[in-house]
Write a protein that binds this ligand. Structure first.
Ligand code: F6R
Length: 608
Protein backbone atom coordinates (compact mmCIF):
# COMPACT_ATOMS: atom_id res chain seq x y z
CA UNK A 1 0.00 0.00 0.00
CA UNK A 2 1.22 3.60 0.45
CA UNK A 3 4.98 4.10 0.64
CA UNK A 4 7.10 6.63 2.55
CA UNK A 5 10.66 7.80 2.10
CA UNK A 6 12.33 10.67 3.94
CA UNK A 7 15.84 12.11 3.85
CA UNK A 8 18.04 14.50 5.77
CA UNK A 9 21.71 14.89 4.90
CA UNK A 10 24.19 16.82 2.78
CA UNK A 11 22.93 15.79 -0.66
CA UNK A 12 20.04 17.09 -2.74
CA UNK A 13 16.97 15.31 -1.40
CA UNK A 14 14.78 15.20 -4.54
CA UNK A 15 16.70 12.56 -6.55
CA UNK A 16 17.05 10.40 -3.44
CA UNK A 17 13.33 10.67 -2.73
CA UNK A 18 12.33 9.90 -6.32
CA UNK A 19 14.63 6.86 -6.43
CA UNK A 20 13.22 5.70 -3.09
CA UNK A 21 9.67 6.08 -4.44
CA UNK A 22 10.60 3.99 -7.47
CA UNK A 23 11.71 1.26 -5.11
CA UNK A 24 8.38 1.49 -3.30
CA UNK A 25 6.27 1.33 -6.46
CA UNK A 26 5.77 -2.39 -5.99
CA UNK A 27 3.65 -1.77 -2.89
CA UNK A 28 0.82 -0.54 -5.12
CA UNK A 29 -0.19 3.14 -5.51
CA UNK A 30 -2.11 5.60 -7.62
CA UNK A 31 -0.27 8.90 -7.06
CA UNK A 32 2.99 10.23 -5.69
CA UNK A 33 4.73 13.35 -4.49
CA UNK A 34 7.67 14.91 -2.68
CA UNK A 35 8.19 17.88 -0.35
CA UNK A 36 11.65 19.41 0.05
CA UNK A 37 12.91 22.02 2.47
CA UNK A 38 15.49 24.49 1.18
CA UNK A 39 16.20 25.93 4.64
CA UNK A 40 13.44 28.51 4.42
CA UNK A 41 10.56 27.19 2.36
CA UNK A 42 8.92 23.87 1.61
CA UNK A 43 8.55 23.09 -2.09
CA UNK A 44 5.97 20.46 -3.00
CA UNK A 45 5.50 18.62 -6.29
CA UNK A 46 2.88 15.90 -6.51
CA UNK A 47 0.74 14.23 -9.09
CA UNK A 48 -1.81 11.58 -9.77
CA UNK A 49 -0.29 8.61 -11.60
CA UNK A 50 3.03 6.85 -11.69
CA UNK A 51 6.37 7.99 -10.26
CA UNK A 52 7.43 8.40 -13.90
CA UNK A 53 4.96 11.32 -14.13
CA UNK A 54 6.39 12.79 -10.92
CA UNK A 55 9.87 12.43 -12.32
CA UNK A 56 8.87 14.55 -15.32
CA UNK A 57 7.26 17.20 -13.12
CA UNK A 58 10.45 17.43 -11.04
CA UNK A 59 12.76 17.67 -14.07
CA UNK A 60 14.05 14.18 -13.51
CA UNK A 61 14.35 14.71 -9.75
CA UNK A 62 16.19 18.05 -10.05
CA UNK A 63 13.64 20.09 -8.12
CA UNK A 64 12.56 21.22 -5.60
CA UNK A 65 16.01 22.12 -4.23
CA UNK A 66 17.03 21.33 -0.67
CA UNK A 67 18.66 18.65 1.43
CA UNK A 68 15.74 17.65 3.65
CA UNK A 69 12.57 16.06 2.32
CA UNK A 70 9.80 13.51 2.38
CA UNK A 71 8.16 11.52 -0.41
CA UNK A 72 5.09 9.34 -0.77
CA UNK A 73 3.28 6.90 -3.00
CA UNK A 74 -0.46 6.96 -2.24
CA UNK A 75 -3.01 4.15 -2.47
CA UNK A 76 -6.32 5.98 -2.15
CA UNK A 77 -8.53 5.28 0.85
CA UNK A 78 -10.11 8.67 1.70
CA UNK A 79 -10.62 10.79 -1.41
CA UNK A 80 -10.20 9.83 -5.06
CA UNK A 81 -6.74 9.60 -6.66
CA UNK A 82 -6.01 13.21 -7.73
CA UNK A 83 -3.20 15.76 -7.61
CA UNK A 84 -4.71 17.53 -4.62
CA UNK A 85 -5.32 14.36 -2.62
CA UNK A 86 -1.77 13.13 -3.26
CA UNK A 87 0.76 13.48 -0.46
CA UNK A 88 2.68 15.37 0.88
CA UNK A 89 0.03 17.60 2.46
CA UNK A 90 0.91 21.10 3.53
CA UNK A 91 -0.55 23.05 6.43
CA UNK A 92 -2.42 26.12 5.25
CA UNK A 93 0.38 28.40 6.52
CA UNK A 94 2.95 26.39 4.50
CA UNK A 95 5.07 25.55 7.58
CA UNK A 96 4.43 21.80 7.90
CA UNK A 97 4.44 19.07 5.28
CA UNK A 98 3.29 15.55 6.04
CA UNK A 99 3.25 12.12 4.41
CA UNK A 100 1.06 9.45 5.96
CA UNK A 101 0.31 5.74 5.56
CA UNK A 102 -2.66 4.22 7.37
CA UNK A 103 -6.04 5.58 8.34
CA UNK A 104 -6.82 8.37 10.84
CA UNK A 105 -10.13 7.19 12.27
CA UNK A 106 -10.98 10.43 14.07
CA UNK A 107 -10.00 12.71 11.18
CA UNK A 108 -13.56 14.03 10.69
CA UNK A 109 -13.72 15.19 14.30
CA UNK A 110 -10.26 16.85 14.14
CA UNK A 111 -11.10 18.41 10.79
CA UNK A 112 -14.35 20.02 11.96
CA UNK A 113 -12.65 21.18 15.15
CA UNK A 114 -9.89 22.89 13.13
CA UNK A 115 -12.35 24.26 10.58
CA UNK A 116 -14.31 25.88 13.37
CA UNK A 117 -11.07 27.65 14.26
CA UNK A 118 -10.65 28.97 10.73
CA UNK A 119 -8.38 26.32 9.20
CA UNK A 120 -9.13 25.74 5.52
CA UNK A 121 -8.50 22.26 4.14
CA UNK A 122 -7.36 21.64 0.58
CA UNK A 123 -7.97 17.89 0.15
CA UNK A 124 -10.53 15.20 0.93
CA UNK A 125 -7.98 13.05 2.74
CA UNK A 126 -7.80 12.00 6.36
CA UNK A 127 -4.03 12.61 6.22
CA UNK A 128 -4.19 16.37 5.77
CA UNK A 129 -5.44 16.76 9.34
CA UNK A 130 -1.96 15.78 10.55
CA UNK A 131 -0.28 18.74 8.81
CA UNK A 132 -3.01 21.19 9.85
CA UNK A 133 -3.02 19.86 13.42
CA UNK A 134 0.77 20.17 13.71
CA UNK A 135 0.59 23.82 12.57
CA UNK A 136 -2.26 24.50 14.98
CA UNK A 137 -0.60 22.81 17.97
CA UNK A 138 2.91 24.19 17.34
CA UNK A 139 4.17 25.75 20.57
CA UNK A 140 7.74 26.67 19.67
CA UNK A 141 9.05 23.18 20.38
CA UNK A 142 8.86 20.72 17.50
CA UNK A 143 9.37 17.56 19.55
CA UNK A 144 6.56 18.56 21.89
CA UNK A 145 4.35 19.36 18.94
CA UNK A 146 4.93 15.99 17.30
CA UNK A 147 4.12 14.24 20.60
CA UNK A 148 0.95 16.30 20.97
CA UNK A 149 -0.10 15.42 17.41
CA UNK A 150 0.39 11.68 18.13
CA UNK A 151 -1.73 12.05 21.23
CA UNK A 152 -4.69 13.40 19.22
CA UNK A 153 -4.62 10.76 16.48
CA UNK A 154 -6.77 7.64 16.64
CA UNK A 155 -6.13 4.96 14.03
CA UNK A 156 -3.07 3.59 12.33
CA UNK A 157 -0.26 5.65 10.98
CA UNK A 158 3.29 5.89 9.78
CA UNK A 159 4.07 9.54 9.31
CA UNK A 160 6.95 11.69 8.07
CA UNK A 161 6.93 15.41 8.91
CA UNK A 162 9.15 18.29 7.87
CA UNK A 163 8.76 21.87 8.99
CA UNK A 164 10.25 25.28 8.34
CA UNK A 165 10.44 25.50 12.15
CA UNK A 166 13.18 22.81 12.13
CA UNK A 167 14.73 23.15 8.69
CA UNK A 168 17.36 20.41 9.03
CA UNK A 169 15.10 17.80 10.58
CA UNK A 170 12.75 14.99 9.58
CA UNK A 171 10.31 13.70 12.19
CA UNK A 172 8.77 10.25 12.03
CA UNK A 173 6.07 8.57 14.07
CA UNK A 174 4.22 5.30 13.81
CA UNK A 175 1.39 3.19 15.19
CA UNK A 176 0.25 -0.10 13.63
CA UNK A 177 1.91 0.75 10.33
CA UNK A 178 5.43 -0.06 9.18
CA UNK A 179 8.20 2.53 9.35
CA UNK A 180 11.95 2.05 9.62
CA UNK A 181 14.71 4.52 10.26
CA UNK A 182 17.82 4.11 8.10
CA UNK A 183 21.05 5.27 9.70
CA UNK A 184 23.61 6.50 7.18
CA UNK A 185 26.92 8.33 7.30
CA UNK A 186 26.11 12.01 7.73
CA UNK A 187 22.59 11.29 6.49
CA UNK A 188 19.50 9.58 7.83
CA UNK A 189 16.34 8.17 6.29
CA UNK A 190 12.82 7.15 7.06
CA UNK A 191 11.15 4.50 4.92
CA UNK A 192 8.08 2.33 4.96
CA UNK A 193 10.32 -0.52 4.01
CA UNK A 194 14.01 -1.03 3.81
CA UNK A 195 14.10 -1.41 0.01
CA UNK A 196 13.62 2.37 -0.30
CA UNK A 197 16.82 3.21 1.61
CA UNK A 198 18.90 0.07 1.11
CA UNK A 199 21.23 1.55 -1.46
CA UNK A 200 22.30 4.18 1.10
CA UNK A 201 22.57 2.14 4.29
CA UNK A 202 22.32 -1.36 5.75
CA UNK A 203 21.74 -0.16 9.33
CA UNK A 204 18.14 0.18 10.41
CA UNK A 205 16.08 0.86 13.52
CA UNK A 206 12.44 -0.11 13.91
CA UNK A 207 10.16 2.43 15.49
CA UNK A 208 7.85 0.78 18.00
CA UNK A 209 4.13 1.50 18.29
CA UNK A 210 3.54 5.00 19.61
CA UNK A 211 7.21 5.92 19.34
CA UNK A 212 8.56 8.83 17.33
CA UNK A 213 11.96 9.93 16.02
CA UNK A 214 13.82 13.15 15.29
CA UNK A 215 16.44 12.89 12.56
CA UNK A 216 19.06 15.33 11.40
CA UNK A 217 21.98 14.50 9.14
CA UNK A 218 24.16 13.62 12.16
CA UNK A 219 21.70 12.54 14.84
CA UNK A 220 18.85 10.10 15.33
CA UNK A 221 16.90 10.59 18.56
CA UNK A 222 14.04 8.38 19.65
CA UNK A 223 11.12 9.03 22.01
CA UNK A 224 8.38 6.97 23.61
CA UNK A 225 4.74 8.04 23.41
CA UNK A 226 5.17 10.29 26.46
CA UNK A 227 8.09 12.13 24.92
CA UNK A 228 10.80 10.44 27.03
CA UNK A 229 14.04 9.77 25.18
CA UNK A 230 14.69 6.09 24.54
CA UNK A 231 17.62 4.08 23.21
CA UNK A 232 17.09 1.86 20.20
CA UNK A 233 19.40 -0.85 18.96
CA UNK A 234 20.07 -0.83 15.22
CA UNK A 235 20.12 -4.06 13.24
CA UNK A 236 21.95 -4.81 10.01
CA UNK A 237 20.37 -6.03 6.81
CA UNK A 238 22.55 -8.31 4.74
CA UNK A 239 20.36 -8.06 1.64
CA UNK A 240 22.21 -6.52 -1.24
CA UNK A 241 20.37 -3.81 -3.19
CA UNK A 242 20.80 -5.94 -6.32
CA UNK A 243 18.31 -8.33 -4.70
CA UNK A 244 15.75 -5.54 -5.02
CA UNK A 245 16.53 -4.99 -8.70
CA UNK A 246 15.38 -6.88 -11.78
CA UNK A 247 18.85 -8.12 -12.78
CA UNK A 248 17.94 -8.42 -16.45
CA UNK A 249 14.60 -10.20 -15.94
CA UNK A 250 11.60 -8.53 -17.61
CA UNK A 251 9.68 -8.61 -14.33
CA UNK A 252 10.41 -8.95 -10.63
CA UNK A 253 7.95 -11.82 -10.53
CA UNK A 254 9.98 -13.89 -12.98
CA UNK A 255 13.20 -13.04 -11.18
CA UNK A 256 11.66 -14.09 -7.87
CA UNK A 257 10.35 -17.33 -9.37
CA UNK A 258 13.91 -18.08 -10.45
CA UNK A 259 15.29 -17.22 -7.03
CA UNK A 260 13.35 -20.03 -5.38
CA UNK A 261 16.09 -22.67 -5.31
CA UNK A 262 18.29 -20.20 -3.41
CA UNK A 263 15.46 -18.97 -1.19
CA UNK A 264 14.36 -22.48 -0.17
CA UNK A 265 17.97 -23.48 0.46
CA UNK A 266 18.50 -20.45 2.69
CA UNK A 267 15.30 -21.20 4.61
CA UNK A 268 16.00 -24.89 5.12
CA UNK A 269 19.76 -25.53 5.20
CA UNK A 270 20.79 -23.47 8.24
CA UNK A 271 18.10 -25.24 10.30
CA UNK A 272 19.33 -28.76 9.62
CA UNK A 273 22.24 -29.85 11.80
CA UNK A 274 23.00 -33.47 11.05
CA UNK A 275 19.71 -35.23 11.66
CA UNK A 276 18.39 -32.50 13.94
CA UNK A 277 16.09 -29.65 13.01
CA UNK A 278 17.08 -26.54 14.94
CA UNK A 279 14.51 -23.80 14.58
CA UNK A 280 16.57 -20.82 15.66
CA UNK A 281 15.53 -19.81 19.17
CA UNK A 282 12.12 -21.49 19.10
CA UNK A 283 11.88 -23.92 21.96
CA UNK A 284 9.92 -26.92 20.70
CA UNK A 285 10.82 -29.56 23.27
CA UNK A 286 8.86 -32.58 24.49
CA UNK A 287 7.29 -30.56 27.32
CA UNK A 288 6.01 -27.81 25.00
CA UNK A 289 4.93 -30.03 22.13
CA UNK A 290 3.12 -32.56 24.32
CA UNK A 291 1.16 -29.86 26.07
CA UNK A 292 -0.37 -28.67 22.77
CA UNK A 293 -3.78 -30.08 21.90
CA UNK A 294 -4.50 -27.89 18.88
CA UNK A 295 -2.67 -25.77 16.34
CA UNK A 296 -4.16 -22.72 14.61
CA UNK A 297 -2.41 -21.59 11.45
CA UNK A 298 -3.39 -18.07 10.45
CA UNK A 299 -2.62 -15.98 7.37
CA UNK A 300 -4.13 -14.14 4.40
CA UNK A 301 -4.11 -14.98 0.70
CA UNK A 302 -1.13 -17.08 -0.29
CA UNK A 303 0.11 -17.22 3.30
CA UNK A 304 -3.21 -18.88 4.18
CA UNK A 305 -2.70 -21.32 1.30
CA UNK A 306 0.74 -22.17 2.65
CA UNK A 307 -1.02 -22.84 5.94
CA UNK A 308 -3.37 -25.32 4.26
CA UNK A 309 -0.40 -27.27 2.94
CA UNK A 310 1.12 -27.10 6.42
CA UNK A 311 -2.11 -28.33 7.99
CA UNK A 312 -2.16 -31.61 6.06
CA UNK A 313 1.53 -32.22 6.68
CA UNK A 314 1.35 -31.48 10.39
CA UNK A 315 -1.87 -33.43 10.95
CA UNK A 316 -0.49 -36.42 9.08
CA UNK A 317 2.79 -36.60 10.98
CA UNK A 318 2.01 -35.03 14.35
CA UNK A 319 -1.55 -36.24 14.84
CA UNK A 320 -2.52 -32.89 16.31
CA UNK A 321 -5.68 -31.13 15.16
CA UNK A 322 -4.82 -28.15 12.97
CA UNK A 323 -7.20 -25.35 12.00
CA UNK A 324 -6.11 -23.16 9.16
CA UNK A 325 -7.93 -19.86 9.42
CA UNK A 326 -8.09 -16.68 7.36
CA UNK A 327 -6.83 -13.86 9.56
CA UNK A 328 -9.74 -11.57 8.64
CA UNK A 329 -12.20 -14.28 9.78
CA UNK A 330 -10.25 -15.28 12.87
CA UNK A 331 -10.36 -11.83 14.41
CA UNK A 332 -14.16 -11.71 14.44
CA UNK A 333 -14.80 -15.37 15.20
CA UNK A 334 -14.44 -15.48 18.97
CA UNK A 335 -11.83 -18.23 18.57
CA UNK A 336 -11.60 -21.12 21.01
CA UNK A 337 -7.98 -20.63 21.96
CA UNK A 338 -6.03 -21.04 25.16
CA UNK A 339 -2.60 -21.98 26.41
CA UNK A 340 -2.93 -25.48 24.93
CA UNK A 341 -3.18 -23.97 21.43
CA UNK A 342 -0.07 -23.25 19.41
CA UNK A 343 -0.74 -20.43 16.95
CA UNK A 344 1.39 -20.26 13.82
CA UNK A 345 1.11 -16.90 12.10
CA UNK A 346 2.27 -16.72 8.50
CA UNK A 347 3.17 -13.52 6.70
CA UNK A 348 5.75 -12.63 4.07
CA UNK A 349 5.68 -8.90 4.79
CA UNK A 350 5.14 -9.24 8.51
CA UNK A 351 2.92 -6.15 8.30
CA UNK A 352 -0.48 -7.41 7.11
CA UNK A 353 -3.04 -5.66 9.30
CA UNK A 354 -5.51 -8.56 9.56
CA UNK A 355 -2.75 -11.01 10.40
CA UNK A 356 -1.25 -8.70 12.99
CA UNK A 357 -4.66 -8.26 14.62
CA UNK A 358 -5.15 -12.05 14.67
CA UNK A 359 -1.73 -12.50 16.28
CA UNK A 360 -2.60 -10.02 19.02
CA UNK A 361 -5.89 -11.78 19.68
CA UNK A 362 -4.25 -15.21 19.86
CA UNK A 363 -1.69 -13.89 22.34
CA UNK A 364 -4.40 -12.29 24.43
CA UNK A 365 -6.21 -15.64 24.56
CA UNK A 366 -3.15 -17.25 26.14
CA UNK A 367 -1.86 -19.08 23.08
CA UNK A 368 1.85 -19.38 22.36
CA UNK A 369 2.51 -17.71 19.02
CA UNK A 370 5.14 -18.55 16.42
CA UNK A 371 5.45 -16.25 13.40
CA UNK A 372 6.76 -17.49 10.06
CA UNK A 373 7.83 -14.21 8.51
CA UNK A 374 10.17 -13.00 5.76
CA UNK A 375 10.81 -9.36 6.61
CA UNK A 376 13.26 -8.91 9.45
CA UNK A 377 12.04 -6.96 12.46
CA UNK A 378 8.60 -6.44 10.93
CA UNK A 379 5.62 -5.82 13.22
CA UNK A 380 4.49 -9.47 13.24
CA UNK A 381 8.03 -10.72 13.81
CA UNK A 382 8.35 -8.43 16.82
CA UNK A 383 4.90 -9.09 18.24
CA UNK A 384 5.03 -12.91 18.16
CA UNK A 385 6.47 -14.92 21.05
CA UNK A 386 8.80 -16.70 18.62
CA UNK A 387 9.78 -16.07 15.03
CA UNK A 388 11.09 -18.31 12.31
CA UNK A 389 12.33 -16.21 9.41
CA UNK A 390 11.96 -17.48 5.88
CA UNK A 391 15.08 -16.24 4.15
CA UNK A 392 13.42 -15.45 0.82
CA UNK A 393 15.08 -12.03 0.48
CA UNK A 394 13.15 -8.96 -0.63
CA UNK A 395 10.00 -9.81 -2.55
CA UNK A 396 9.04 -6.95 -4.83
CA UNK A 397 6.41 -8.37 -7.20
CA UNK A 398 2.95 -8.02 -5.69
CA UNK A 399 2.15 -11.68 -6.37
CA UNK A 400 4.14 -13.75 -3.93
CA UNK A 401 6.24 -16.63 -5.25
CA UNK A 402 9.38 -17.30 -3.22
CA UNK A 403 7.55 -15.90 -0.19
CA UNK A 404 5.00 -18.72 -0.49
CA UNK A 405 7.33 -21.65 -1.21
CA UNK A 406 9.65 -20.70 1.65
CA UNK A 407 6.64 -20.53 4.00
CA UNK A 408 5.68 -24.06 2.97
CA UNK A 409 9.28 -25.23 3.49
CA UNK A 410 9.34 -23.63 6.96
CA UNK A 411 6.08 -25.39 7.88
CA UNK A 412 7.57 -28.72 6.78
CA UNK A 413 10.44 -28.15 9.19
CA UNK A 414 8.15 -27.22 12.07
CA UNK A 415 5.89 -30.22 11.39
CA UNK A 416 8.72 -32.69 11.03
CA UNK A 417 10.40 -31.52 14.19
CA UNK A 418 7.20 -31.85 16.22
CA UNK A 419 6.41 -35.24 14.67
CA UNK A 420 9.76 -36.60 15.85
CA UNK A 421 9.25 -35.20 19.34
CA UNK A 422 5.85 -36.86 19.50
CA UNK A 423 7.28 -40.16 18.20
CA UNK A 424 4.64 -40.22 15.49
CA UNK A 425 7.07 -40.80 12.68
CA UNK A 426 9.55 -43.61 12.18
CA UNK A 427 13.20 -42.61 12.24
CA UNK A 428 13.56 -43.83 8.65
CA UNK A 429 10.66 -41.75 7.37
CA UNK A 430 11.90 -38.74 9.34
CA UNK A 431 15.36 -38.97 7.81
CA UNK A 432 14.03 -39.59 4.35
CA UNK A 433 11.68 -36.58 4.52
CA UNK A 434 14.47 -34.43 5.89
CA UNK A 435 16.71 -35.39 3.00
CA UNK A 436 13.92 -34.84 0.49
CA UNK A 437 13.21 -31.38 1.87
CA UNK A 438 16.85 -30.46 1.27
CA UNK A 439 16.53 -31.82 -2.29
CA UNK A 440 13.58 -29.54 -3.11
CA UNK A 441 15.77 -26.67 -4.44
CA UNK A 442 17.37 -28.85 -7.10
CA UNK A 443 13.96 -30.19 -8.17
CA UNK A 444 12.67 -26.62 -8.43
CA UNK A 445 15.76 -25.77 -10.48
CA UNK A 446 14.95 -28.65 -12.80
CA UNK A 447 11.54 -27.11 -13.55
CA UNK A 448 13.13 -23.70 -14.08
CA UNK A 449 15.74 -25.09 -16.46
CA UNK A 450 13.12 -25.78 -19.10
CA UNK A 451 9.92 -23.78 -18.95
CA UNK A 452 9.12 -24.07 -22.66
CA UNK A 453 6.26 -26.53 -22.25
CA UNK A 454 4.53 -24.47 -19.57
CA UNK A 455 5.00 -21.35 -21.71
CA UNK A 456 3.46 -23.08 -24.73
CA UNK A 457 0.41 -24.15 -22.70
CA UNK A 458 0.10 -20.67 -21.25
CA UNK A 459 0.19 -19.00 -24.65
CA UNK A 460 -2.29 -21.49 -26.08
CA UNK A 461 -4.85 -20.83 -23.36
CA UNK A 462 -4.18 -17.18 -22.48
CA UNK A 463 -7.31 -15.87 -24.17
CA UNK A 464 -9.67 -18.09 -22.17
CA UNK A 465 -12.08 -16.44 -19.79
CA UNK A 466 -12.24 -19.03 -17.07
CA UNK A 467 -9.90 -21.69 -15.70
CA UNK A 468 -10.65 -24.29 -13.04
CA UNK A 469 -7.99 -25.91 -10.90
CA UNK A 470 -8.74 -29.25 -9.30
CA UNK A 471 -6.87 -31.56 -6.99
CA UNK A 472 -7.33 -33.82 -4.00
CA UNK A 473 -5.64 -33.70 -0.62
CA UNK A 474 -2.51 -31.66 -0.74
CA UNK A 475 -3.05 -31.13 -4.48
CA UNK A 476 -6.23 -29.27 -3.61
CA UNK A 477 -4.17 -26.95 -1.40
CA UNK A 478 -1.82 -26.41 -4.36
CA UNK A 479 -4.84 -25.70 -6.60
CA UNK A 480 -5.92 -22.85 -4.36
CA UNK A 481 -2.58 -21.14 -4.77
CA UNK A 482 -2.46 -21.83 -8.54
CA UNK A 483 -5.89 -20.24 -9.03
CA UNK A 484 -4.98 -17.19 -6.95
CA UNK A 485 -1.77 -16.63 -8.92
CA UNK A 486 -3.60 -16.81 -12.24
CA UNK A 487 -6.48 -14.53 -11.30
CA UNK A 488 -4.44 -11.84 -9.59
CA UNK A 489 -1.92 -11.25 -12.38
CA UNK A 490 -3.80 -12.22 -15.56
CA UNK A 491 -7.34 -11.13 -14.52
CA UNK A 492 -8.71 -14.43 -15.82
CA UNK A 493 -11.42 -15.81 -13.63
CA UNK A 494 -9.93 -18.85 -11.92
CA UNK A 495 -11.35 -21.09 -9.23
CA UNK A 496 -9.94 -24.01 -7.31
CA UNK A 497 -12.09 -26.97 -6.32
CA UNK A 498 -11.49 -30.12 -4.42
CA UNK A 499 -11.83 -32.52 -7.35
CA UNK A 500 -14.43 -34.65 -5.57
CA UNK A 501 -16.63 -31.58 -5.15
CA UNK A 502 -17.07 -30.97 -8.88
CA UNK A 503 -20.06 -33.26 -9.08
CA UNK A 504 -21.76 -31.39 -6.24
CA UNK A 505 -22.36 -28.30 -8.31
CA UNK A 506 -19.42 -26.89 -10.21
CA UNK A 507 -19.54 -29.39 -13.03
CA UNK A 508 -22.55 -27.54 -14.40
CA UNK A 509 -20.09 -24.80 -15.46
CA UNK A 510 -18.01 -27.14 -17.58
CA UNK A 511 -18.61 -26.80 -21.32
CA UNK A 512 -16.66 -26.68 -24.55
CA UNK A 513 -13.83 -24.19 -24.16
CA UNK A 514 -13.55 -24.47 -20.36
CA UNK A 515 -10.01 -25.22 -19.20
CA UNK A 516 -9.39 -27.36 -16.14
CA UNK A 517 -5.94 -27.80 -14.70
CA UNK A 518 -5.84 -31.09 -12.86
CA UNK A 519 -3.08 -31.53 -10.32
CA UNK A 520 -2.26 -35.17 -9.93
CA UNK A 521 0.77 -35.80 -7.74
CA UNK A 522 -0.75 -38.05 -5.07
CA UNK A 523 -0.29 -41.64 -6.21
CA UNK A 524 -2.95 -42.93 -3.84
CA UNK A 525 -5.53 -40.55 -5.31
CA UNK A 526 -4.59 -40.93 -8.96
CA UNK A 527 -7.51 -43.16 -9.94
CA UNK A 528 -10.00 -40.87 -8.24
CA UNK A 529 -8.51 -37.92 -10.10
CA UNK A 530 -8.77 -39.84 -13.34
CA UNK A 531 -12.52 -40.23 -12.83
CA UNK A 532 -12.80 -36.48 -12.24
CA UNK A 533 -10.77 -35.74 -15.37
CA UNK A 534 -12.98 -38.01 -17.45
CA UNK A 535 -16.08 -36.33 -16.06
CA UNK A 536 -14.76 -32.95 -17.23
CA UNK A 537 -13.88 -34.28 -20.67
CA UNK A 538 -17.29 -35.88 -21.08
CA UNK A 539 -18.68 -32.32 -20.88
CA UNK A 540 -16.26 -31.26 -23.68
CA UNK A 541 -13.96 -29.37 -21.29
CA UNK A 542 -10.20 -29.39 -21.94
CA UNK A 543 -7.91 -30.74 -19.24
CA UNK A 544 -4.24 -29.98 -18.62
CA UNK A 545 -2.53 -32.18 -16.06
CA UNK A 546 0.32 -31.40 -13.70
CA UNK A 547 1.79 -34.74 -12.71
CA UNK A 548 4.93 -36.48 -11.52
CA UNK A 549 6.58 -39.44 -13.32
CA UNK A 550 4.67 -41.77 -10.97
CA UNK A 551 1.28 -40.34 -11.90
CA UNK A 552 1.98 -39.48 -15.52
CA UNK A 553 -0.38 -42.20 -16.81
CA UNK A 554 -3.15 -39.62 -16.49
CA UNK A 555 -1.61 -37.82 -19.46
CA UNK A 556 -3.25 -40.32 -21.78
CA UNK A 557 -6.64 -38.90 -20.82
CA UNK A 558 -5.72 -35.20 -20.90
CA UNK A 559 -5.28 -32.54 -23.58
CA UNK A 560 -1.80 -31.76 -22.33
CA UNK A 561 0.46 -32.59 -19.40
CA UNK A 562 3.45 -31.12 -17.61
CA UNK A 563 5.50 -33.70 -15.76
CA UNK A 564 7.47 -32.40 -12.79
CA UNK A 565 10.51 -34.16 -11.33
CA UNK A 566 9.92 -37.18 -9.11
CA UNK A 567 8.95 -35.97 -5.67
CA UNK A 568 7.66 -37.28 -2.37
CA UNK A 569 3.84 -37.00 -2.37
CA UNK A 570 3.95 -34.95 0.83
CA UNK A 571 6.33 -32.36 -0.60
CA UNK A 572 4.91 -31.93 -4.10
CA UNK A 573 3.04 -28.62 -3.36
CA UNK A 574 6.35 -26.76 -3.60
CA UNK A 575 7.01 -28.05 -7.11
CA UNK A 576 3.41 -27.62 -8.20
CA UNK A 577 3.49 -24.02 -6.96
CA UNK A 578 6.50 -23.26 -9.15
CA UNK A 579 4.88 -24.82 -12.24
CA UNK A 580 1.66 -22.87 -11.65
CA UNK A 581 3.50 -19.62 -10.94
CA UNK A 582 5.18 -19.99 -14.33
CA UNK A 583 1.85 -20.78 -15.99
CA UNK A 584 0.23 -17.68 -14.48
CA UNK A 585 3.26 -15.57 -15.35
CA UNK A 586 3.33 -16.58 -19.02
CA UNK A 587 -0.44 -16.21 -19.39
CA UNK A 588 -0.26 -12.69 -17.93
CA UNK A 589 2.78 -11.82 -20.08
CA UNK A 590 0.95 -12.99 -23.21
CA UNK A 591 -2.04 -10.84 -22.26
CA UNK A 592 0.23 -7.82 -21.74
CA UNK A 593 -0.74 -7.39 -18.07
CA UNK A 594 1.12 -5.23 -15.57
CA UNK A 595 2.57 -8.35 -13.93
CA UNK A 596 4.49 -6.85 -11.03
CA UNK A 597 1.77 -4.38 -10.10
CA UNK A 598 -1.63 -5.91 -10.85
CA UNK A 599 -4.55 -3.51 -10.75
CA UNK A 600 -6.13 -2.73 -7.36
CA UNK A 601 -3.59 -4.79 -5.43
CA UNK A 602 -0.96 -3.75 -2.93
CA UNK A 603 2.03 -5.71 -1.74
CA UNK A 604 1.67 -4.99 1.90
CA UNK A 605 -1.93 -4.74 3.06
CA UNK A 606 -1.64 -2.55 6.10
CA UNK A 607 -5.33 -1.68 6.50
CA UNK A 608 -8.06 -4.07 7.65
C1 F6R B 1 -0.87 -13.29 -3.41
C2 F6R B 1 -0.34 -12.49 -2.32
C3 F6R B 1 -1.24 -12.17 -1.18
C4 F6R B 1 -0.46 -12.27 0.15
C5 F6R B 1 -1.34 -11.78 1.31
C6 F6R B 1 -0.64 -11.90 2.64
O1 F6R B 1 0.09 -13.49 -4.39
O2 F6R B 1 0.79 -12.07 -2.35
O3 F6R B 1 -2.35 -12.99 -1.16
O4 F6R B 1 -0.06 -13.59 0.34
O5 F6R B 1 -1.71 -10.44 1.10
O6 F6R B 1 0.53 -11.14 2.66
P1 F6R B 1 1.64 -11.38 3.75
O7 F6R B 1 2.21 -12.74 3.52
O8 F6R B 1 2.64 -10.29 3.52
O9 F6R B 1 0.97 -11.28 5.09
Amino acid sequence: MCGIIGYTGGKQASPILIKGLERLEYRGYDSSGIAVLDGTNIGIIKTRGKVEALKKKTDGGNKPHGTVGIGHTRWATHGVPSDVNSHPHLSQDGRFAVVHNGIIENYAEIKSDLESKGVVFASDTDSEVIAQLAAYLYNGNMTDTVRAVCERLVGSYAVGIISTEAPDTVYAMRKDNPLVIGLGKNENFIASDIAAALEHTHEFVQLGDGEFARLTSHTATFFDRDGNRIEKTPYSIDWDISRAEKAGYPHFMLKEIYEQPRAITDTVRPRIKGNEIVLDKIVLDAHNVNSIDKIDIIGCGSAYHAGIVGKSFIEKYCRIRVNCVLASEYIYSDPITDNRTLTIIISQSGETADTLAALKLAKKSGSHTVAVVNVLESAIAREADDVLYTHAGPEIAVATTKGYTTQVAALYLIGLKMARIKHNISEDRYKSLLRKITELPEKVQHILDDTSKIKTFAEKYSSHKCVFFIGRGTDYAASLEGALKLKEISYIHAEAYAAGELKHGTISLIEKGTITIAIVTQSALQQKMLSNIKAVQSRYGSVLAIATPKTSDVGEFCDGMFVMPECDDDLSPVLTAVALQLFAYYVAADRGCDIDKPRNLAKSVTVE
